[in-house]
Design a protein around this ligand. Structure first.
Ligand code: AKG
Length: 264
């Protein structure tokens, strides 16, 4: 990463680093994800959501997933997986080795995280034809620290373009406020509006990325992704890091009471 890259990141709130991950490592993650899927047995949280007990099971399955390896289905296509999350980087040996490679630690420090900690990991499938869109959001909505520090490392495991649902971003909009927060109010998980300011008028850009590209996302950058309307999959692996010096909100949705956070 050059000083021009750092300046572009400060200006835009994202950075596209092509060729950051070698193809052999993309292969290894895809093979491991396929093994995990082959061993996955759907439970009560995956069956019909009609009864109260099933809704409760699904809710608990999500709430505990910050410290677990859990499988989430596409809302519109319940026989297809949307993602696996959210502690692959701690609990699966292949994802752990990959995620703790020093190239990610070095990059995080160069981006200004003094004590980078790995908080969340997701294997994102975005299957051909059925992978759904992801709405505009800021990652700090889900992973809030004071001061804000969450930083996303999104890795394309397939070529990603407008047709198969690449990331979209609003350049420079990371300089605005955090709009919403998602977390606990007592026992309830709620979304609270912190600042009603609309997203700025900036023209969204499509962050098309070849396989092996790493996209760095500032935690306040509004980003989204389009549905996969193509016959091609769009797999990606996403890591979210925070700075250990910042205070992690104790009412964020993602809590890991039995799994202390680790760095590199
Ligand atoms: O891959 C996607 O479609 C969205 C991912 C995302 O929003 C993230 O990793 O923060």
């Amino acid at each position: 990463m050059t000083s021009a890259d750092l300046a572009a990141y400060a200006r835009d709130g994202f950075l596209v680093l092509e060729g950051f991950v070698p193809p052999s490592e993309c292969d290894a993650l895809q093979m491991r994800a396929a093994e995990l899927v082959a061993g996955f047995v759907p439970g009560p949280a995956h069956t019909a959501f009609s009864t109260r007990d099933q809704r409760h099971a699904r809710d608990l399955y999500f709430r505990e997933s910050g410290g677990a390896v859990r499988f989430f289905v596409e809302e519109g296509a319940p026989d297809r997986l949307n993602k696996i999350g959210h502690a692959l980087h701690d609990l699966d040996p292949v994802f752990e080795r990959f995620s703790r490679h020093r190239r990610f630690g070095d990059l995080a420090r160069r981006l200004g995280l003094v004590e980078p900690l790995l908080l969340q990991s997701m294997y994102l499938f975005k299957h051909a034809h059925v992978g759904a869109e992801v709405d505009w959001h800021q990652d700090a909505t889900y992973l809030r620290t004071d001061p804000p520090s969450v930083t996303g490392f999104w890795i394309a495991l397939d070529d990603a373009d407008r047709d198969n649902g690449c990331l979209m971003a609003l350049p420079g909009a990371h300089r605005g406020p955090l709009r919403q927060w998602f977390g606990y109010e007592g026992e309830e998980l709620v979304t609270r509006t912190l600042d009603p300011a609309p997203w700025p008028e900036a023209e969204p850009v499509a962050l098309e990325a070849r396989r092996g590209t790493l996209i760095v996302l500032h935690g306040l950058l509004p980003h989204a992704s389009t549905p996969n309307r193509s016959p091609r999959p769009r797999h990606a692996y996403s890591l979210h890091l925070i700075d250990g010096r910042a205070e992690y909100a104790t009412d964020n949705w993602l809590q890991r009471p039995d799994l202390p956070l680790r760095g590199f």
